[in-house]
Design a protein around this ligand. Structure first.
Ligand code: DLL
Length: 433
């Protein structure tokens, strides 16, 4: 179902005209109210009035996470705090937290794009949404909540944790939609199995999963174990929270970016040059309707590509490929660039291996080492030692063949690696400590 037929199916020309109008008004707003932007634009010798077409956007400087840190906590806001009705923050893995603010209109915009996202995943007003994204400073919980209410669905504000109770609620209340991180969805499946609850007998029919990278194989695994359809939702606090883009359930091939609110670009992360449609690079967003905290050319560090081809769902907004990793997540192991998602793909293609793994990177002397801890299923674990050893070697060989890096694989007992209620931590890099 398309939530906002008019805006989500705008012909390209009309969409671009709208984007330009909104872009110019955003640029004027930040130039007039945020000293950081005024200084940066002046240094680049460009004024908002110089931007006459969408192509001119690339003449503007990027905004980075470091800029947000330098302006911590509120110096990037365009309005006085009395107009800010909500504040969220994301902790990130390094450095100071990033603080974001919303006016009342921003909260409405967010609810609107979240309603669109949920509707794209097939959610309707008679659904019961079991929302296990964390409520709090994290944008997941409240973001989904407002979108669900806007649709008129019944939302259960579960938040993360208390996994057994989650299963009981899902069973007793007849939840039809699950919203949480993909890793937590798998954990819920595991917990249900231990409690003797059969997911196939539950009313759950769809899951809207995001906030961390996941693979096509993981989608298959979740769909099979939970007996549902799984769609991908993308977003980041800085841009608005969840609801920047969402897959449509009709195609499940890439996420439609709500381009009448967020203007996307893909750049080469090394040179900053804008790349054409279809090429992989770093996603950059400019918000064109936000009031309190607009961002101009914000470098997300997320790796993706954009596809403008028409979609069978009827939406005209471009699709982004599922995020395969972050440019700053890339591990360089003995000179070889490795993304955790590449190792995940290798693991998920091997029979007997469970979707729980941890990558441990260390430096012994001058040499980097990579240990891959991965859980195997009960059946494999009860095999003879020599079979387990052979499986370990097989994984090592596949990693070496496909990624060109030597890893030491440790097969661990089922259910021994830490489960996450929110974003899973899959890499420990001891070299930085
Ligand atoms: O994770 C917002 C969100 C909540 C999105 C719930 C989807 C669902 P942050 O905590 O600021 O916000 O983290 C943003 O998470 O830059 C990506 O690296 C990653 N991320 C978010 N969604 C996806 C996804 C929320 N579908 C950062 N696939 C982003 C891969 C994702 N990575």
């Amino acid at each position: 179902m398309i939530w906002d037929e008019e805006f989500e199916t705008l012909p390209r020309e009309a969409l671009e005209a709208l984007q330009l109008k909104r872009l110019i008004s955003t640029l004027e707003r930040v130039y007039a109210t945020v000293p950081f932007y005024k200084k940066k634009f002046n240094e680049s010798g460009i004024k908002p009035s110089d931007v006459r077409s969408l192509k001119d956007l690339k003449r503007l400087p990027f905004t980075t996470k470091a800029d947000l840190r330098d302006n911590y906590p509120f110096a990037m806001f365009t309005v006085p705090l009395e107009q800010v009705v909500r504040i969220h923050a994301s902790s990130g893995t390094t450095g100071k937290q990033t603080v974001v603010g919303y006016t009342r209109r921003d909260i409405n915009t967010w609810a609107e794009v979240m309603a669109r996202s949920l509707a794209a995943g097939g959610v309707q007003k008679n659904d019961i949404i079991h929302n296990s994204y964390g409520y709090g400073l994290f944008t997941g919980g409240l973001g989904v909540h407002y979108g669900a209410e806007k649709i008129g669905a019944s939302v259960i504000p579960m938040s993360g944790g208390n996994t057994k109770r989650q299963i009981i609620v899902m069973q007793d209340f007849g939840s039809t939609v699950l919203t949480c991180t993909p890793s937590y969805a798998l954990f819920l499946a595991e917990a249900a199995e231990e409690m003797g609850v059969d997911f196939k007998k539950l009313k759950l029919r769809v899951g809207i999963f995001g906030a961390e990278p996941w693979s096509e194989r993981m989608r298959d695994e979740i769909e099979r174990k939970l007996s549902i359809q799984a769609v991908d939702i993308y977003g980041l606090s800085e841009i608005i929270g969840p609801g920047v883009a969402n897959e449509c359930i009709e195609a499940k091939r890439g996420l439609h970016i709500f381009e009448d609110h967020f203007f996307p670009e893909i750049i080469d992360p090394e040179t900053g040059e804008v790349l054409p449609y279809g090429e992989k690079g770093e996603l950059v967003f400019t918000t064109i309707t936000k009031e309190a905290f607009p961002l101009i050319r914000y470098r997300t560090r997320d790796i993706s590509a954009l596809y403008p081809e028409p979609c069978k769902c009827g939406r005209t907004h471009v699709r982004m490929e599922r995020v395969s990793g972050r440019s700053d997540d890339m591990l360089i192991i003995r000179g070889v660039n490795v993304f955790p998602s590449q190792i995940e793909s290798v693991l998920m293609n091997i029979e007997g291996v469970e979707p729980y793994y941890l990558l441990l990177v260390d430096r012994k002397g001058k040499l980097d080492t990579l240990e891959v801890h991965v859980e195997v299923n009960e059946k494999v674990f009860s095999d003879e030692v020599k079979d387990l050893q052979a499986l370990g070697w097989k994984i090592e060989k596949e990693i070496k063949d496909l990624l060109g890096v030597t890893a030491e694989v440790k097969l661990v007992e089922p259910k021994t690696l830490q489960r996450s209620e929110g974003k899973a931590q899959r890499v420990i890099d001891r070299r930085k400590i």
